[in-house]
Design a protein around this ligand. Structure first.
Ligand code: ARG
Length: 564
């Protein structure tokens, strides 16, 4: 149920009735509780266009709104704001519809095919915290789109085709041994190879030779190269599985898989006049940028951008995507801006396809520096994840006693949930300050707070015995506001969908759980002496809240616990 868009439709109809030209009708949330639930602030702009008094226009709209059963209060305030309060009878009726497993959220009427490109680490190197952010945010976005009914294709655009592989092959040749033993710690292997590369010109030359051989299809090189990739992917898969992220081999579509199309892409771009030769390289130029997009180097080599153009072609023309989302570090903004524009100019993607860079900021430590280990190295993701689980274990065993198996399970759900939630709960475009204590706090906008709220409601429902249902009667303003919040889930998810912003969901969940806690403090449910009808009504409210929390957390890739 989308309350906001219902109100927008009502307003649109009123404008038709009043013969007012109003193209973008959008109500907003009330800025203060005293103002009611929603606000329409468009009367001032309309008045200007119509050369009329804004309060008079607002008054006319308000009189029409009075005819609707949806509102209990309509108020014109200040220069022409219209404040709206939703009728409690309406909420009471609607609440029955959110007791299902989707918490009443409908699927879109017009689903589309969407590609979400996320995680996308570079092979042979350790996945770093930037890839962690991409993995967590991307998985959430894919979950959200899927939940709302789109057909989502998850793509892991792994970097498996670069000069580093020549270096690794050269190093391997030098240190012939069992490949599995050598690759057990790929990161160490990579570091050692890099050291050799930086120290010895001879080794560097050898590495370059191997790159050429590899790219020329030499079988020995290709065999080694695939071994590196396979090993590297195993490490990534361990991270995905531990995090509970929905990526596996079937989602891998690597950079190298586009190799055979790169020459065509360059020819096509030249033929269409999109690319030009400049100092031996093939480039695409942009009015608003000093830097051209290079698609072929003077030595004939192809680049990151060339692969990305081939990937757009594949995603749009073969997969049939109508929206392609790239969940990648904000520092690649210019790359994507140029690649998207080049794709449009070349007709690889027409204007009915949305190409979006879902940018995110850096992960920083508490002092605002890039996130590193104590000795300045890259933090291994699997270590970071394990630490989250261990810290969660500590926090919860302080509060309660568990048997071993239960403790392990709960700590994992909470630890990983916290890691994800902390990342998702800030506006993704900002840098993200990583802070263990804040992340695992019981109080505040955290996974733990939400999981506690869920577990608490669950225990209330269990204690109440079989959930019977009945009629909801909203007894006070707090109950009315809680009901409205529960019913706003779909509006919230739609907004998060449009903007591809996961924090819109966490903000909602936090407000919902906070309202519930206040309601529960003030309005006992199972206490002796509570009227049976009131008890039933409050149980429905509790159940509806739990449903909305569960749906929200699941989209964020976070599990709930029946008991903590
Ligand atoms: N492998 C790249 C990196 O680690 C990210 C790739 C993102 N996806 C893409 N289609 N360019 O920076």
């Amino acid at each position: 149920m989308q309350i906001k868009s219902q109100i927008n439709t009502i307003l649109q109809n009123i404008f038709k009735e009043l013969e007012i030209e109003a193209p973008n009708v959008a109500i907003s949330d009330a800025t203060k509780v005293e103002f009611g639930d929603y606000q329409y602030n468009g009367a001032m702009a309309l008045a200007k266009a119509l050369k009329k008094n804004p309060r008079e226009i607002a008054q006319n709209i308000a009189s029409e709104l009075e005819k609707e059963k949806l509102f209990s209060k309509i108020e014109v305030a200040g220069p022409g704001f219209i404040n709206l309060t939703i009728n409690k009878e309406f909420l009471e009726q609607e609440l029955a519809s959110v007791l299902d497993s989707r918490a009443g959220v409908k699927q879109k009427d017009n689903p589309i095919k969407v590609v979400v490109d996320y995680s996308s680490p570079n092979m042979a190197k350790q996945m770093h915290v930037g890839h962690l952010r991409s993995t967590i945010i991307g998985d959430t976005i894919a979950n959200l789109f899927e939940f709302l009914g789109d057909e989502v294709i998850r793509q892991n655009h792994i970097g498996d085709w670069g000069t580093q592989f020549g270096m690794l092959i050269a190093y391997f040749e030098e240190n012939q041994a069992n490949i599995d033993a050598k690759l057990s710690d790929l990161e160490e292997f990579y570091k050692a190879a890099k050291k050799r590369f930086d120290e010895s010109d001879e080794f560097a030359d050898k590495s370059r030779e191997y790159v050429v051989k590899l790219q020329g299809g030499d079988e020995g090189c290709l065999r080694l190269w695939s071994a590196f990739i396979e090993k590297s992917l195993e490490h990534c898969q361990e991270v995905y599985d531990t995090l509970g992220v929905k990526l596996d081999k079937s989602n891998v579509k690597s950079e190298s898989s586009y190799n055979s199309d790169l020459a065509n892409i360059v020819t096509m771009l030249e033929e269409k006049g999109v690319a030009q030769e400049s100092q031996g390289a093939k480039c695409i130029f942009f009015e608003d940028s000093q830097n051209p997009l290079i698609i072929q180097k003077s030595d004939g080599g192809y680049l990151y951008a060339t692969t990305d153009l081939a990937a757009i072609k594949y995603r749009v023309q073969e997969l049939g995507a109508k929206r392609v989302c790239y969940v990648v570090d904000a520092r690649q903004a210019e790359h994507f801006k140029q690649v998207f524009e080049a794709a449009r100019r070349a007709g690889i993607a027409s204007s009915d396809v949305l190409l979006e860079h879902i940018a995110f900021g850096m992960m920083l430590d508490k002092s605002g520096r890039p996130f590193k280990t104590r000795d300045g190295g890259t933090v291994k993701l699997i270590d970071l994840i394990n630490e989250a689980v261990n810290r969660a274990k500590e926090v919860i065993s302080r509060a309660n006693e568990y048997d071993e198996a239960e403790l392990e399970h709960i700590a994992k759900v909470i630890g990983i949930g916290s890691l994800k939630y902390a990342d998702l709960s800030i506006n993704r475009t900002s840098n993200y300050i990583f802070n263990w204590d804040k992340m695992l706090s019981l109080d505040g906008n955290t996974a733990l707070y939400m999981q506690y709220a869920y577990a608490r409601i669950n225990s209330i429902l269990t204690k109440a015995g079989e959930f019977v249902g009945g009629k909801v009667v909203l007894n006070d303003e707090l109950e009315r506001r809680l009901a409205l919040k529960v019913l706003s889930l779909e509006d919230t998810l739609q907004k998060a969908y449009k903007e591809a912003m996961p924090h819109i969901i966490t903000t909602y969940l936090y407000e919902l759980a906070t309202l519930f806690m206040r309601f529960y403090e003030q309005n006992p449910i199972l206490k002796d002496g509570v009227d049976e009808d009131i008890k039933k009504s409050r149980l429905i409210l509790a159940k509806a809240t739990a449903n909305a929390i569960k749906v929200g957390l699941n989209i964020l890739g976070i599990e709930v616990l029946e008991r903590i």
